[in-house]
Design a protein around this ligand. Structure first.
Ligand code: GAL
Length: 456
């Protein structure tokens, strides 16, 4: 199932993907909004984590970020100018519920009402992500994702969002990349809240998987005609060699990076046969949980950037597998040191398509960080443009081959706060000059605008 190389000249247009295909661009609250303590917003785990020494590149934070909170009108007008029909953004839980539950902030509600209304006024469909990693700090203080009470906190939060905005918003995503926020945040400690080890990771995984289904059910129950999805990070995995040790290592990485969160929702249970340590998740299960994990999402959002090559390692506990860095291989890489490997998106679409009960796949994130410079007032970014075209070529090929892929959202709109890497990697199709907050559409953004030009 290997994918062909793209032709030198990219000559697809958006209409080649058909009229039902959803085109868009994705962002997230903490990475874009700023206004971290304005109008009653409570702190999130990212507000706290970024204040800890040594956590973030150059001790940067998202306190101001792209100041989307104040500039949302100009930014949405820019989306319109760029012909972008669907705008995916996330809600900051602690902007709506400063303590995570209980008191509702009227200013927070007002902000998202204004954003949604202005999108609609501009003819742009809002797609909401309910949780893109910024847990209210007040909930983290009570154990966060490790505390089973999060099932109730999350259910109430989703009920609030669905009843506030469901009259105008039809497209919802429950979680953004649960593997990343549990793995980086509760196992490796490199993302908020900075917890480490299996004892935090395993309960966080089980509770996030339950919340994924709980959130889906709440939205479906409260929003008429809702399209309910959730998103997963995923990467093509290749074994470093044909040796059985490396092949087994690659299978384990595949469980963690691609299978862990989708399979329980589909009724397949946690994929512990290739990664026995996951059997320990059973100790966090209560009666009836296997049923509670199930939800039949209307679409699955897959987020693919790269592929990983994996080899056996005696020194990595539990997993006995490690990633061979792309920089140690003779391949093209981005500023994140991720391999540019366009067939990865094709292969991930094919992989998720192979599950029998996924009705629709949407690529809800794909993009690349390369170094950008302003020259004569313009930002020329041929590497990003080439990346997007090559990946889109593969998405189109997947569609032509009969896979159920029906949307593509580029990551991301304006350059923003890239988590632990701070403002160093720029992923935007629009350049953000952070000191002045001026936006400059990069050549990749102009190309996307023209490519989308005739989307109905
Ligand atoms: C994803 C994440 C985004 C963005 C992107 C680029 O994992 O959902 O928030 O940071 O990666 O690294």
């Amino acid at each position: 199932m290997s994918a062909r190389a793209p032709s030198k000249q990219f000559n697809l247009t958006s209409t080649d993907f058909g009229t039902g295909f959803s085109w868009g661009i994705s962002t997230a609250a903490y990475q874009n909004e700023g206004a971290h303590n304005i109008d009653g917003k409570g702190p999130s785990i990212w507000d706290t984590f970024t204040q800890k020494k040594g956590t973030i590149y150059k001790a940067q934070n998202g306190q101001t970020a792209c100041d989307f909170f104040h500039r949302y009108k100009a930014d949405i007008l820019l989306l319109k100018e760029m012909n972008i029909p669907n705008f995916r953004f996330s809600l900051a839980w602690s902007r709506l519920l400063p303590k995570g539950y209980g008191h509702i902030s009227p200013q927070g509600v007002d902000f998202y009402n204004r954003v949604i209304d202005f999108c609609l006024e501009c003819g742009i469909r809002p797609w909401i992500t309910l949780y893109h990693w910024d847990l209210p700090q007040a909930l983290e203080d009570r154990g966060g994702w490790m505390n089973r009470d999060i099932l109730g906190w999350f259910e109430d939060y989703v009920k609030l969002c669905a009843s506030l905005f469901g009259d105008r918003v039809t497209h919802w995503m429950v979680l953004n990349e649960p593997m990343v926020f549990t793995g980086a945040g509760y196992f490796l400690g490199v993302h908020a809240p900075g917890k480490k080890g299996l004892k935090s990771f395993l309960p966080a995984v089980h509770h996030a998987t339950l919340c994924q289904a709980i959130g889906g059910k709440v939205v479906r129950g409260l929003v008429p005609n809702a399209e309910v999805g959730t998103t997963f990070s995923c990467s093509q995995i290749n074994a470093f060699s044909e040796k059985s040790k490396d092949i087994r290592a690659a299978q384990k990485a595949d469980v963690l990076l691609n299978r862990l969160f989708i399979e329980p929702a589909l009724g397949l249970g946690y994929p512990s046969e290739n990664l026995p340590i996951l059997k320990r998740l059973d100790s966090f299960k209560k009666e009836g949980d296997d049923q509670k994990l199930l939800f039949d999402f209307d679409f699955i959002g897959i987020q693919n950037y790269t592929r990983e090559v994996v080899k056996h390692s005696y020194t990595v506990p539990y997993l006995h597998a490690k990633i061979v860095p792309a920089t140690d291989r003779p391949v093209k890489t981005t500023l994140m040191d991720w391999e540019v490997h366009p067939p990865s998106v094709y292969n991930m679409i094919a992989k998720f398509n192979a599950y029998s009960n996924i009705p629709k796949i949407i690529v809800t994130e794909n993009g690349a960080a390369f170094s950008d410079n302003i020259r004569n007032g313009a930002v020329h970014d041929p590497e990003r443009l080439g990346y997007l075209q090559q990946y889109l070529y593969q998405v189109h090929k997947a569609q032509q081959d009969g896979y159920k892929v029906s949307g593509y959202f580029a990551w991301t709109f304006t350059d923003n706060f890239e988590w632990a890497e701070g403002y160093f990697p720029r992923f935007g199709l629009v350049y953000t000059d952070f000191p002045s907050q001026r936006r400059i559409i990069k050549s990749s953004g102009k190309w996307y605008r023209d490519f989308l030009g005739n989307v109905p």
